[in-house]
Design a protein around this ligand. Sequence first.
Ligand SMILES: [Zn+2]
Length: 132
Amino acid sequence: MRKNKEVTGSMGGTEDVINVEDHMTELDLALSRHGLSAEKIILTDELTDPLAPFRVAASYKIKGEILIKRRITREEQRAVIDALSEFDPRAEELSDDLTFLKHAVLHEACHILWRYKNCNECDAWAFYEMLI
Ligand SMILES: [Zn+2]
């Protein structure tokens, strides 16, 4: 008997996007090592940061909350990788979906944990944390 593939909404259940909700358990684990948890993650449909238009995540530093786009397109993923590759040779590792999400979430966790660190420092910190 053939099992029908589940089709969700207009996305057609394809792999055109990274569906963040599918990775919450792993993200929770990554955050738990820093005293945070997936409860701090807020999924959002829209995210626009004029200072960093390619970013897919942001943070409310005071509330300690991490905003991340619910669905991340391949174009958005590529834009982040391209922007990062100017500074870090490890950027291509982010073409793996879970690695990409962990890096994005840890980057924002870094801003929450150390408010004085800038984005480049938090990118480097997130890469370092993923190696451990
Ligand atoms: Zn940042």
